[in-house]
Write a protein that binds this ligand. Structure first.
Ligand SMILES: Nc1ncnc2c1ncn2[C@@H]1O[C@H](COP(=O)(O)OP(=O)(O)OP(=O)(O)O)[C@@H](O)[C@H]1O
Ligand SMILES: [Mg+2]
Length: 361
């Protein structure tokens, strides 16, 4: 097991600063996902760790040792590149054996490990094929097998499951996670798939423009995003501008275009603070609009906000509603079956325990 420390890492390509001062520690056996939009510096970060780039500023330490100047083959890293990068002139088995031959393992041991890892990625019969004779998903699994077969201390995976179908992807996820935990490989995993990042990771690191916007457990990143941008990037989020004020009964509340919202639990905010309220689609409840004669004069004080269903989308397990209120369009998810139709008047309920607030956007 290895601890990886990244200190104030900067990597420039000409005028482009691909990585702009990131600091991160990957603990022994920790699984960290890097999430962020295209071009935010994920691959560059991995390449710096692997030793394929000379860094412009900062330091990278493996178990306390500065790895500057250490070539990739001496870093004990398994890496899956975004583009697979298999050796085209070698068979599948040759690709897998390569790293082991470099490490001067005995032939019998090499054969045993190659067979075992091929079975693991369900490519048992294909050892004699060349990469060009494989599908994209099969090439991807060979790339993964090649990274794993050397049993590295550090695993750097750049979208390793992007070309697999849903079932195989699911199996490979479990497989990577189990192996990673069993062997205790410190892992940095790049993915565009937020659900994948959340289910697999000990910590999720969200990057924008070469910088870390937040590094925390999946729960914290989802429930307590550091900014509106993080909230929007990780899962669906309604982000509503507001100002902290008081309700008619004197209790604090947030004045917003969608009505009075409860103060997120646990947040101490001074009256007059401008902020953005983050409400996940599951944090908002929908109920049928009350009849006019029973409606309270102050709907918000009674805990409901009048709104209109603009559209609804069936997702199988849940219904995704678009709800128009106060000039905003909110996304609200409720368990199937659908109980409201487009055009219906509804009441929204905001759950204070599931709201969050970030700096005004
Ligand atoms: N060899 C290079 N020369 C010049 N610019 C580069 C080079 N490699 C990457 N960049 C630039 O550095 C920035 C970060 O690129 P990087 O490949 O790290 O992004 P990424 O987060 O992996 O994106 P994606 O999700 O699309 O793979 C981008 O602006 C990219 O154009
Ligand atoms: Mg990339």
């Amino acid at each position: 097991m290895t601890t990886v420390v990244i200190q104030s890492l900067v990597k420039r390509y000409g005028a482009t600063t691909a990585v702009d001062g990131i600091s991160l520690q990957i603990e022994h056996g920790e699984f960290i996902s890097l999430l962020g939009p295209s071009g935010c510096g994920k691959t560059t970060t991995l390449r710096c760790l692997a030793g394929f780039e000379t860094i412009d500023e900062g330091r990278i330490l493996f178990d306390g040792r500065d790895v500057a100047g250490l070539p990739p083959e001496e870093r004990d890293i398994g890496m899956v590149f975004q583009s697979y990068a298999l050796f085209p002139h070698m068979t599948v088995a040759g690709n897998l054996a390569f790293g082991l031959e470099m490490r001067r393992l005995r032939q019998a041991e090499i054969d045993r490990r190659v067979r075992a890892v091929l079975d693991l990625v369900q490519l048992g019969g294909l050892g004699a094929r060349y990469p060009r004779e494989l599908s994209g998903g099969q090439q991807q699994r060979v790339a993964l097998a090649r990274a794993l077969v050397i049993e590295p201390k550090i695993l750097l995976l750049d979208e390793p499951l992007a070309n697999l179908d849903a079932t195989l992807r699911d199996e490979m996820r479990t497989f990577i996670r189990d192996l990673q935990k069993r062997v205790g490989i410190s892992t940095l995993y790049v993915t565009h798939d937020q659900a994948e990042a959340m289910t697999m990771s000990d910590r999720v690191v969200v990057m924008f423009g070469g910088r870390i916007a937040q590094a925390a457990s999946p729960e914290v990143v989802y429930d307590m995003p550091a900014s509106a941008a993080v909230a929007r990037f990780v899962g669906q989020a309604n982000v509503v501008p507001g100002v902290v004020g008081v309700r008619a009964d004197g209790l604090p509340a947030i004045h917003s275009p969608v009505g009075l919202l409860p103060l997120p639990l646990g947040l101490q905010l001074a009256i007059g603070t401008r902020l953005s309220v983050v409400a996940r689609p599951q944090a908002i409840g929908l109920s049928a609009a009350r009849a006019a004669n029973s409606a309270s004069a102050d709907g918000a004080a009674a805990g409901g906000v009048a709104a209109n269903i603009a559209a609804r989308y069936f997702h199988g397990a849940f219904i995704d509603y678009r709800v128009a209120v106060g000039g905003q369009m909110l996304s609200v998810q409720a368990p199937a079956p659908a109980r409201h139709q487009a055009g219906d008047e509804v009441q929204l309920g905001f759950d204070a325990a599931r709201l969050w607030a970030v700096e005004a956007a």
